[in-house]
Design a protein around this ligand. Structure first.
Ligand SMILES: Nc1ncnc2c1ncn2[C@@H]1O[C@H](COP(=O)(O)OP(=O)(O)OP(=O)(O)O)[C@@H](O)[C@H]1O
Ligand SMILES: [Mg+2]
Length: 376
């Protein structure tokens, strides 16, 4: 296990800067997930930690020691690549043993470590096969096994599950979590899949365009997104956003005018500034209610689309404004709800569940509910 620290880390290819001064700290044994859209710099950051990519400026420390100049093989890191990168002509056993052999590890030690790793990953039966004789999931396990035998202090995984089908991905997610409990390593896992990020991570780092948008537990990020980007990135279907205008404000609250002439009074930690133009209200699909409810304002709409997932139903409704364009909401409801496309519906928006983002997209929401809780 090791502590990993990045201080003002910058990466530039020639004149093109792609990572812009990233500060991050990870504790011994933490399971961290980097998530963000394609091209945001996830792999570049991981490769810099691994030593496969030079750090242009800033400092990388592992266990308190600067390692910028330390070659990859001596950083105590091991990386698993999306492409697996197994040697096709070597057996599973030889693939797993190769790195240790190069490091002149004694033969008995190699055998013992390969046996242990194979047991952990349930690939004991496959040790004499070649990679082409394995399924995608089995190859993935071998690639992980090859990293485990090196007993790294820091385990780096770059989209290791993205070539697998959905069922196998779910299974491998559980296996990675269990692996993390068993091995003594800090794990940094890269993905663009928010479900993978939410389910695996102890802490998530959300990246965008070479910058850190927010760091926190899955719960913190989902319940208290720091900005509109994080709010929209985590959650499926994504949060609804309503362009709104502040009409009045008081101590710790603002009243907004949203499309459809909706007036919503929401709690804020600071006044987003009436002069600064509009604000954006954010509402998660699971916080909207079909029909008229006690708390909140009611908006009328028409069902335009439904997605039935068995355990839940997503309803897309189009709402008309008095004078403006139509706007859409997506909400989550019970799967046995009887609805038809074209049908008129009423939707209740409870202001207590609304997020508020200022003109720059920064959250100013004051939460009155949904706090972290272990009981429920
Ligand atoms: N060798 C290179 N030369 C120039 N630019 C590069 C190079 N490698 C990566 N980049 C750029 O750096 C940025 C970050 O790339 P990176 O591969 O880290 O993204 P990513 O978040 O891993 O994306 P993906 O999800 O698609 O794998 C991108 O804009 C990419 O075009
Ligand atoms: Mg990548």
């Amino acid at each position: 296990m090791a502590k990993v620290e990045l201080e003002q880390v910058i990466k530039a290819y020639g004149n093109l800067e792609v990572i812009h001064g990233v500060d991050l700290q990870f504790e011994h044994g933490e399971f961290v997930v980097f998530v963000g859209p394609s091209g945001c710099g996830k792999s570049t950051l991981l490769r810099m930690i691994a030593g496969l990519e030079e750090i242009t400026r800033g400092e990388l420390r592992i266990d308190g020691r600067r390692v910028n100049e330390v070659p990859a093989a001596r950083r105590g890191t091991a990386m698993v690549f999306q492409s697996y990168a197994l040697y096709p002509h070597k057996t599973v056993r030889e693939n797993m043993a190769f790195g240790l052999k190069m490091a002149r590890t004694p033969r008995d030690e190699i055998n013992a470590r390969v046996r242990d790793a194979a047991g952990t990953l349930v690939i004991d039966e496959l040790l004499e096969r070649k990679p082409r004789e394995l399924s995608g999931g089995q190859r993935q396990r071998v690639a992980i096994g090859r990293a485990i035998v090196r007993e790294p202090k820091v385990f780096l995984l770059d989209e290791p599950l993205s070539n697998l089908d959905a069922a196998l991905r779910g299974q491998m997610r559980l296996e990675l979590s269990r692996l993390h409990e068993r091995i003594d390593a800090t794990m940094i896992h890269v993905t663009h899949d928010q479900v993978e990020a939410m389910t695996l991570a102890e802490r998530i780092v959300v990246l965008r365009d070479g910058r850190v948008e927010q760091v926190g537990t899955p719960r913190e990020l989902y319940l208290h997104p720091a900005n509109r980007f994080v709010a929209g990135f985590l959650g499926s279907p994504p949060m609804n956003f309503l362009d709104s205008r502040v009409v009045t404000s008081g101590d710790g609250w603002i009243e907004c005018l949203a499309p459809g002439d909706l007036r919503l009074r929401v709690g804020v930690v600071r006044d987003p500034g009436v002069d600064g133009g509009g604000v954006v209200l954010g509402i998660r699909p699971e916080d909207l209610r079909l029909g008229r409810r006690d708390h909140g304002v009611v908006v009328s709409g028409r069902v335009v689309h439904m997605e039935y997932l068995g355990s839940v139903l997503y309803v897309h409704a189009e709402c008309a404004s008095e004078d403006g364009p139509t706007w859409r909401l997506v909400l989550m409801t019970k799967p046995d709800t009887r609805l038809q496309a074209g049908q008129s519906v009423e939707v209740t928006i409870d202001a207590r569940t609304c997020h508020v983002f200022d003109g720059a997209g920064v959250s100013v929401t004051a939460f009155s509910r949904g706090e972290d809780s272990t009981t429920g």
